[in-house]
Design a protein around this ligand. Sequence first.
Ligand code: AQP
Length: 333
Amino acid sequence: MSKKIFSGVQPTGNLHLGNYLGAIKNFVNLQKEKDNTCIYCVVDLHAITVKQDPRILKKNIRETTATFLASGLDPKKSIIFNQSMVPSHSEGAWLLGCVARMGWLNRMTQFKEKAGKDKEKASVGLYIYPVLMASDILLYNSTHVPVGEDQKQHLELTRDIAQKFNLDFNSPNFLITPEPLIQKNFSRIMSLKDGKKKMSKSDPSDQSRINMTDDKDQIVNKIKKAKTDSGEFPENNNDLNKRPELNNLFGIYSSIQDQDMKSTINEFQGKNFSEFKNRLAEVLVEKIYPISKEISKLLKDEKYIDEVLIEGSVKAEKIAKKKVYDIKEKIGF
Ligand code: AQP
């Protein structure tokens, strides 16, 4: 079945292994399926829900685009663009924001996590972020959205908004309710320093994540220093489930090697921690370092990156504008 794929990544710097294994690797696999239409967006409007330095934001937009390209996304096969160049996304967010309910947004765990204790000081943008995400997805009639586990709740909200709009305006199937596509083997990559915390761009410790721009030595050192525990080398899945740091490292290995946890546990039967970590560092260097090298190369040619984004934005705006027009017509404008 042909799929219409849409997904995005925020240009908030420090793109990491979690973004790659949870999202970008899946983007590349979906691009390989002949009948798919793929649209991948650098979601810079989402990035400004927290304060950004304008110069660094600009640099991060290019770096995120370079990471897409270096990971294997091809502008001839996929539409690659940045959100702020396609005004229909913001217009769609307003129209859909009048359909979304406060109660739905109040349930979003990411807002609670990101706003922290003092939510009065969080931006309104951070609160309504999931409505903009719904607009991103629904304007392209997307059927499937490859995301990490952490975005599943936002996608549920997108589905709720689509269903309510269709019901309110008596238009069955007008807005398509999309399905999430979550990586099979291990979908939530955790911090290398704390197996209960998500690997994240904004973690102040660089040691907590493998950046997509890390060199060989950085990758090897970070895995060497990654937190484990003082127990015996794990022998089965039950054992791993109780040990978050090891579960994460075994999960990273499984995900990068495209195999299930059981196969990884079997592969390392009778081995010890240092043999496992050495092998994990080796496969990460094999898969991530070539991408890191390609990112540095691409970043030397800003003109090329900007051209990719401009061309992608023109194609995206054409599709999104038409859907906004149709939405407005349904509303009565
Ligand atoms: N740790 C993760 N494991 C698996 N998938 C992840 N993703 C992010 N972190 C992990 C997935 O990457 C895609 C792009 O994420 P994003 O940049 O749009 O936003 P995010 O989820 O807010 O990323 P971070 O790293 O956690 O940023 P900060 O620190 O700024 O909050 C999404 O599909 C996401 O699921």
